[in-house]
Structure formats: structure tokens, C-alpha cells
Design a protein around this ligand. Sequence first.
Ligand code: HEC
Length: 99
Amino acid sequence: MRLCASVFLFLILLTGFCFGGGQELFMKKCGSCHHKGGQAPPVNPADKAALVWKKYFKRRRHPIDLSKIISPQELQEILTYLQEHAADSEQPEAAIIPK
Ligand code: HEC
């Protein structure tokens, strides 16, 4: 019984680790507009190189002002995630938001 509880807790932690923070925010916040049939086409971390993501919002390249929907801390978390899984990263992620 004890063991089961530990395994259960471990799995919850693992899920949180693999599927939390930046990725969840990215899917929730960016995905609210960027999805199939949405007001903008799907975007994914592997669409751009890490450096390009880093500069993208800093240089206000995004066509819509997101400051009312996404706080600076959230954007930072999303950016970290995007850079960690960018086109030129070790683990590019191309299909988080399906095309
Ligand atoms: C309020 C809706 C909305 C949200 C939220 C939003 N976007 Fe966008 N985004 C748009 C629209 C609209 C465009 C312009 C799409 C077009 O050109 O057809 C766009 C364009 C883009 C582009 C340019 C597309 C390209 O092919 O280069 C990127 C990259 C992008 N968004 C990334 C993001 C990221 C990352 C987030 C989350 C931090 C985000 N967007 C959140 C509406 C949104």
C-alpha cells in the first residue's frame, strides 16, 4: 500500500515535470489563438531557432499586443520553453499544437 502511494506520487511529479510550466502555458496561452481553425495558424517551438525566439517578443515582432493576456513572467516561462525546444535545440518539438 505504501509503495503504491509512493509510485503514484512519483508519477504525478513526473507528469508535472514533463508536461508543466512553459509547455502548458504555451499551449494554453499561445494555443488559444494559434490552433487549427483558430484566428492564427498553429505555432510550435521548432518553427524557429532559439535566438530568433529570444528576440521575437523583445523586438515586438508579434502582430498582436499580448501584454493584456500574458504577463511578463508567463511570457518568460513560455520563451524558456520555446528556446529549449527550438529548431536548433537538442529536442526540437514540432507538433505540440497540431497542424
Ligand atoms: C490573441 C491571439 C493570439 C495570441 C494569444 C498569440 N498570438 Fe501569435 N499571432 C496571432 C495572430 C493573429 C498572428 C498573425 C497570423 C497571420 O499572419 O496570419 C500571430 C502571429 C504569430 C507568429 C508569426 C507567424 C509566423 O509564421 O511567423 C508567431 C511566431 C506567433 N504568433 C507566436 C505566438 C506565441 C509564441 C504566442 C504565445 C506567447 C502567441 N503567438 C500568442 C494571434 C495570437
